[in-house]
Design a binder for this molecule. Structure first.
Ligand code: GUN
Length: 293
């Protein structure tokens, strides 16, 4: 069965918008998300544009702060300091990746964890890993929401995560092993040094592919009836598209789809859920649901 991330994301955005109008009717301010975008990376431009559009759909205020590639670390840190202290801004994100002369870790740690709606700050990562309330990063949260909404069985399931990034692989592995559902799975994380990766994948009831390697998961790696979550979004040249490229997932969709029980398409699977999870976190921040004001 095809997992329709776009439809679920649209439904959730409508739910959020309804909630926001209630808040406004009670005299509270609209949730406000700010995004910092450095440079002109095509992927980052697209993601941030989608985030701004999603804010409109949810009835949020949004602010986009743009910087050129040559912005200094000091300038960015000063901007973060300002956003940390701006009482109107409930949450903000700094779109990654950043130019090489800027330390991503330093930037992430400068964000007030109470406004870190990306869930990248070590306080949020640490709280997530021991099961405390926190901002859970958007892509892992979106993946769990899809598994829950499609009733994909996870308790006791063998789950293989491909990729160990801080943004997806590590946090989704942590969430899938947590002792409630969705989760409660037996998780294996595979990466570039894994020996016998194909054999490990063949044992999996759930594969979460987050490597950024187009078509990496082939049909011979998939157990019949497995559930496949494709997090890949690599731009590959395509002369038939107006943009000159198409998005390619980490899964050989055409060959894998007939074998599996569930599969997410690219685009229209995990991507829209990532954005909606960011909107949910922003709403939580505006309501001070996780960290009291
Ligand atoms: N780059 C790729 N994914 C993300 C994300 O979820 N948030 C931010 N800030 N940057 C990203």
């Amino acid at each position: 069965m095809l997992i329709d991330g776009k439809k679920i994301a649209d439904d959730i955005k409508a739910e959020i918008a309804e909630e926001v109008e209630k808040m406004v009717a009670e005299g509270r301010k609209r949730p406000h998300l700010a995004a910092v975008l450095v440079g002109h990376d095509g992927g980052s431009e697209t993601y941030v544009a989608h985030k701004v559009k999603a804010c409109e759909r949810c009835g949020f205020t949004s602010t986009l702060l743009r910087f050129e590639d040559d912005v200094t670390e000091e300038e960015l840190l000063a901007t973060i300091d300002r956003l940390n202290r701006d009482a109107d801004v409930d949450g903000f994100i700094v779109q990654l990746p950043l130019p090489r002369h800027i330390s991503e870790q330093k930037i992430i740690e400068a964000i007030d964890y109470r406004k870190d709606v990306d869930g990248f700050h070590p306080v949020n990562v640490g709280r997530m890993s021991i099961g405390l309330p926190c901002f859970v990063s958007a892509t892992p949260a979106g993946i769990l929401e899809l598994l829950a909404r499609y009733n994909v069985p996870t308790k006791g399931a063998r789950c293989v995560v491909l990729g160990r990034s801080n943004i997806v692989g590590k946090p989704v592995a942590t969430l899938m092993m947590q002792k409630h559902q969705p989760g409660d799975a037996t998780v294996t994380v595979c990466h570039s040094s894994t020996v016998g990766l194909k054999e490990i994948c063949r044992e999996a009831d759930i594969i979460i592919a987050a490597l950024g390697s187009p078509g990496f998961v082939t049909a011979d790696m998939v157990k019949p009836g497995a559930a496949i979550i494709d997090v890949g979004t690599t731009r590959v040249p395509d002369a038939t598209k107006k943009s000159g490229f198409r998005l390619s997932g980490d899964v050989d969709f055409a060959a894998v789809e007939p074998k599996c029980s569930f599969i997410t398409p690219v685009p229209g699977g995990v991507g829209p859920m990532t954005i909606v999870s960011l909107m949910k976190n922003t709403l939580l921040a505006a309501r001070h649901d996780i960290y009291p004001a």
